[in-house]
Design a protein around this ligand. Sequence first.
Ligand code: CAA
Length: 392
Amino acid sequence: MAALPAGFGMPEFDLTEDQRALQEMARKFARSVMAPRAAECDRKGLFPEDIYRKGWELGLMNLNVPSEYGGSGLSLFDQCMIVEELAYGCGGMTTSIIANCLALEPILLGGTEDQRRSVLTPFCREYQMASFCLTEPGGGSDAGGLQTLARKDGDSYVVSGEKCFITNAPHAKLFTVFTTVDPALRHKGITAFYVPRDTEGIVPGKDEEKMGHRASSTSTVRFENVRIPVSQRLGAEGDGFSVAMRTLDMTRTPIGALATGIGQAALDHAAAYSLQRRSFGKPIGEHQAIQMKLARMATLLHASRLLTRHAARLIDGGQNATLESSMAKSFASDAAMEVTDEAIQIFGGYGYMKEYPVEKLHRDAKLTQIYEGSNEIQRIVIARELLKKYQH
Ligand code: CAA
């Protein structure tokens, strides 16, 4: 893979010294540790555990967990800043690194103080992975229609069902799982739990062969009559849907940042290439056809970054940002698809070859339009939130 170009240095928000140091640390890790291994992990579908462990050592893993429980305790704005940097190095590795944030957020939002302390503190003390189990084979977008059943039996629930597309599941030590106590109740029956991996009856499937994000690991998880104590329930019966939705409100914004990082890498590669590749007697970057592309790519990325950071700022300020986080996620991921596609076009035939970095970026960008709620779902959320504002 070609060396990473320097990038064009878009002016930043007013970052504090601490934020700049954080950004620099993530940038260095992404470019010197993640990026050099990205092509190989992508080609071979390797899960680079040593890199994830190093990420944990640097405090890049449990970004959203408050420091009192052993996490990094970062604002969402800072999380987004870091995620963008990491994704510049490798989108797939970044997905695995931030999957803990997704899996642990339900405990932060739905857990009692006692649960947060007793689960998160030991979890964060060592390098460990956690998985968020919401999606099911029978329907990903219709979270309210999930079928994994939790049957109350004395002081515990017996959980049976299957989850799919679960990031890091083969490696996870802890799962948050969304079940229903009665499918007929739809979202009002959804009930969330945390459950350690060593609980009997939890069976992760084999690693899926994916189009992109191949340094990340994804599998099904079967729950075969898994007995989960009532004490591991997050909130009351029926609170689970709200916990899931509020979790996704928090985690969709960093997906916007992840998409922006992938897109920025594509733009940097394409712009650098356009200055060195010559046609018709001059660098292709001097042809207007290429300049139009570069201008649009840079503008899309700038807008993605602003939308993402704006949503993060709102959430950090304690405001509801369901609409803004869906806007950030869907816009930035669509932008990443367009930007990486145009980067391939600028590279021409070379862009289509695996020897060059941009085809991987395009494959990685694709997932950002699908996971954490497809962009069609985001647009439903945006429209519903928007229309609320017009009602009395
Ligand atoms: N915050 C709090 N409450 C919310 C909410 C939110 N953001 N959104 C909805 N609710 C509440 C509603 O107010 C409503 O409450 P009441 O019962 O009190 O009225 C209730 O939840 C039901 O809401 P809806 O009627 O809107 O529910 P719906 O069935 O129409 O579904 C949906 C809404 C937005 C489509 C939802 O199902 C959804 O987000 N689906 C996508 C799921 C998703 O993102 N999955 C990704 C999984 S993670 C992943 O990708 C894996 C990975 O490893 C990366």
